[in-house]
Design a protein around this ligand. Structure first.
Ligand code: SAH
Length: 222
C-alpha cells in the first residue's frame, strides 16, 4: 500500500506551497484530510497528483490546488456558517469542516451525496449536514450564510444564493461558459451592497439546476 502520509505531505509542498498557497490553516487542512478515501478505490494511488479524478455519475473531484485556492480565497474563520453547492466526493466539504463552525452542503446526485455522507461520518466530522437537492435555490431553512462556495461551473451566480448571503459575507463561484470559467468572488458589505471580482481561470463540471444550466438529459428549451 502506498505511503499516503508521505504522498500527502509531498502534495502540500510541491503542488500547494510552491504554487502560491500561503494560508497555514488551508495547508494544514489539506495536509490532514485523507484524499485517498474520497476517490474510487482503484484510483487511490493517484489521489495526491495535482489533477481532477472521476468520482462516478460523470462528475469529478477537483484538483488539490483548486480546492486549496478556493478555500484560501473564501477567507474562513472558525465562527462561520458555510454553504457548499456540489458536494461531489465530499472532499472539499471535509476541508471546509476543519475551518468553519458549520458546513451545509447540497448535491443533486443522490448516489454521490450518500457516498459523501458515509465518508464524512467515517472521519468523525460532526459539524456537516449534506442534503440531496438542487443547490441553485440555496438552503433557506438554515440561511443566512457567512460564506458560500459553489464547486460547479455556472453561467451566472444564482440569485437565491446572493440573497442567502449574510451582510459581510463572501460567495465564491466559477462563472463562465460550459467549457471554462473564472473564479468569481462576490462580497456583500454591511449595508447589503454586493461587489464582484474575477480571478483564476478554472474548468468545472456544470452547475445544473433551476438557476444554473438546463439538464442535458431533460432540456427545458428545445
Ligand atoms: N467539491 C467536489 C467537486 C464536485 S464536482 C469535490 O470535492 O469532490 C461538482 C458537483 O456539483 C457534482 O457532484 C455535481 O453533481 C454537483 N452539482 C451540479 N449541479 C448541482 C446543483 N444544482 N445542486 C447541487 N449539486 C450540483
Amino acid at each position: 500500500m502506498p505511503d499516503y502520509d508521505y504522498l500527502r505531505r509531498r502534495m502540500v509542498d510541491k503542488h500547494l506551497k510552491r504554487r502560491g498557497i500561503e494560508d497555514p490553516r488551508v495547508l494544514d487542512a489539506l495536509g490532514t484530510i485523507p484524499r485517498q478515501d474520497f476517490v474510487p478505490g482503484e484510483l487511490a494511488a493517484q489521489a495526491y497528483g495535482d489533477h481532477a479524478l472521476p468520482i462516478g455519475a460523470d462528475q469529478t473531484i477537483s484538483q488539490p490546488w483548486v480546492v486549496a485556492r478556493m478555500t484560501e480565497v473564501l477567507d474562513l474563520d472558525a465562527e462561520h456558517s458555510v454553504l457548499e453547492i456540489g458536494t461531489g466526493s465530499g472532499y472539499q466539504t471535509a476541508i471546509l469542516s476543519l475551518l468553519a463552525r458549520r458546513v451545509y452542503s447540497l448535491e443533486r446526485v443522490a448516489e454521490l451525496a450518500r457516498r459523501a455522507i458515509r465518508r464524512i461520518r467515517a472521519l468523525g466530522r460532526i459539524n456537516v449536514k449534506i442534503q440531496i437537492f438542487d443547490g441553485t435555490v440555496g438552503w433557506s431553512e438554515v440561511a443566512p450564510f457567512d460564506r458560500i462556495m459553489v464547486t460547479a461551473g455556472a453561467p451566472a451566480v444564482p440569485k437565491p444564493l446572493l440573497d442567502q448571503l449574510a451582510p459581510g459575507g463572501k460567495l465564491l463561484i466559477p462563472e463562465g461558459g460550459r467549457e471554462g470559467q473564472r473564479l468569481t468572488l462576490y462580497v456583500k458589505n454591511a449595508k447589503g451592497q454586493v461587489s464582484r471580482q474575477t480571478g483564476d481561470a478554472v474548468t468545472f463540471v456544470p452547475l445544473v439546476g433551476r438557476h444554473g444550466w438546463p439538464d442535458g438529459k431533460n432540456p427545458r428549451n428545445t
